[in-house]
Design a protein around this ligand. Sequence first.
Ligand SMILES: Nc1ncnc2c1ncn2[C@@H]1O[C@H](COP(=O)(O)OP(=O)(O)OP(=O)(O)O)[C@@H](O)[C@H]1O
Ligand SMILES: [Mg+2]
Length: 613
Amino acid sequence: MIVFAQHQRTTPDLSGQKPSRKILVGPYLRLAREFAWPYRVLLAVAAVLMVMEATLQGSLAYLLDPVIKSLFRDKDATMLFILPFALMGVMIVKAAVSYGSNVTLARVGQGVVTDLQGAMFNKVTHYDLKQLNAMHSGHFAARFLNDATLVRESVTKGMQGAVRDLLTLIALSVVMFYEDWRLALIITSALPVVALYTLTLGRKSAKAARRSMMSTGDLATHLSEVLDGRRVVKAYRMEERSIERATRILAERMKHLMRGARARAAATPSAEALAGVGVAAVVFYGAYMGIHGTMEINNFMAFLAAMMLSYQSIRNLSSFYTAMSDGSAAAARAFELLDAPIEINDAIDAKPLVLADARPHGAIRFANVTFEYSAESNAALHSVTFDVPAGKTIALVGPSGAGKSTALNLILRFYDVTGGAIEIDGQDLRGVTIASLRDQTALVTQEPFMFDDTISANIGCGKPSATQAEIEAAARAAAAHEFILKLPEGYDTVTGEAGVRLSGGQRQRIAIARAILRNAPILLLDEATSSLDTESERAVQAALARLMKDRTTLVIAHRLSTVAGADRIVVLDHGRVVEQGTHGELLARGGLYARLYRTQFADEAEPPAAVAE
Ligand SMILES: Nc1ncnc2c1ncn2[C@@H]1O[C@H](COP(=O)(O)OP(=O)(O)OP(=O)(O)O)[C@@H](O)[C@H]1O
Ligand SMILES: [Mg+2]
């Protein structure tokens, strides 16, 4: 878990943000079809409002023409009561329309992205273990949030750029051509140069933003590692190293942030300088024409206004391209995630698992099971064959890495066997629905996981319909009721990530209560290796005994009491079954079990573990 100081992750991989210079059309078509379509009415409203905005902006520039002509040149008193109000009206309506279009568009952008994130979350929770294991949670979270921002920006900026800004430019150009077409020709021919320049600045700041986002992802990952691994960090005095790494990331992030800030800061002064050149040219030409009697002051003023206003639209458009290319890359990544095939699936003709009528039921059979985690790795299980008869308890024993947890994973279909088959009451697991299979099983993991929720919720998570009385009964059976009542808020105490910490034994008992409440006929237990004090050991043991009664149980045993109490023991080594039998038989045989017994179980008082995380 704590790997930060050893390998310096280089940023480019982070959140997979390869700067793409292209706008990919495919992702947008799909985004439009699958995610934007529900918002088509709102989009149409936004489009209409933006057309109005463009028209009003054009009208505003044009209005200066009659204002100056009638009021200042012709000194028309009747117009005095019309034109100023017309100007005011246009500006007020434009403000209202602009508010409406911004809010509508934001609603569409947020809606599309929220739906997209919902779909992504939905998909990822259904990923199989192999896919989940391959994901780095910190990076995924950063990408999940980052890409959402990029897609949203591309939706809003894309619409604004393609509709509002483009139409505004056209409207203002119309005004310019109307006022003086020769001057308009000169000015619009300079437009591409200005556009190119702003585009470059936009790209620069977007690139810097992308890089700083990557550093932010690095920072988030590092932060969560330091917090999650706090005990290791302190015990091994890794504070200095983690501070150093944080400092490096922060400096890197600042570098990119400053680049972005400089690019953005450069935009305004250079824009003004450019505008200065434009104004000078227009003033010179206008005045020259004025002196020679071919241009009126009213035409000149309206022209100047249209020119100045168009710069704003060009500036808005400068980020259009990067927003669109970044957004399409982000959408492509999101779709890649959505399209990833999930290998562990219900077969097309999958039937629900049907357990035998007579209880106890749920006999498990491993028949020649071979399994490898990946094509490159060695098989974790080789032709493993054993039976867990209904209602009996089978203990899996073996050295570390023997394949015990793997066997448990296969029963839950976290992975599918590569060879052979696992059957429950005669049904191949690959032929039954995953939901029915998992509904019949309860799992107690080695390191019980607590959700950031109340004790009640943590016990009840396996059975959403459970009543408080049922939860308390399960806690009693798991010998957890007493200590829960002593917690600050009893069953309502929040535990897990941000709540009250529980001891290892307490967590185990909560996990056992969880399994008791689930009341499943098949029980899979990965016994904790951490030593408990005698009292809680006894409490846990009693709770387990109650839980195992009349259930088909496969337990990875680390304690003598569990092994001795099992109906049969299966000894695994290097992924193979090397011995099977009862405790007595195996001891008499003098094989691996006898050796393990002497080293592992004989002295039940294990030495205290170093820092266990
Ligand atoms: N997710 C995984 N991907 C690839 N290989 C794995 C994975 N999980 C376990 N393995 C490998 O499979 C083998 C069996 O591991 P397994 O976790 O089943 O051992 P175990 O018997 O439970 O050991 P322990 O007693 O230490 O928990 C090991 O060689 C391990 O490296
Ligand atoms: Mg294990």
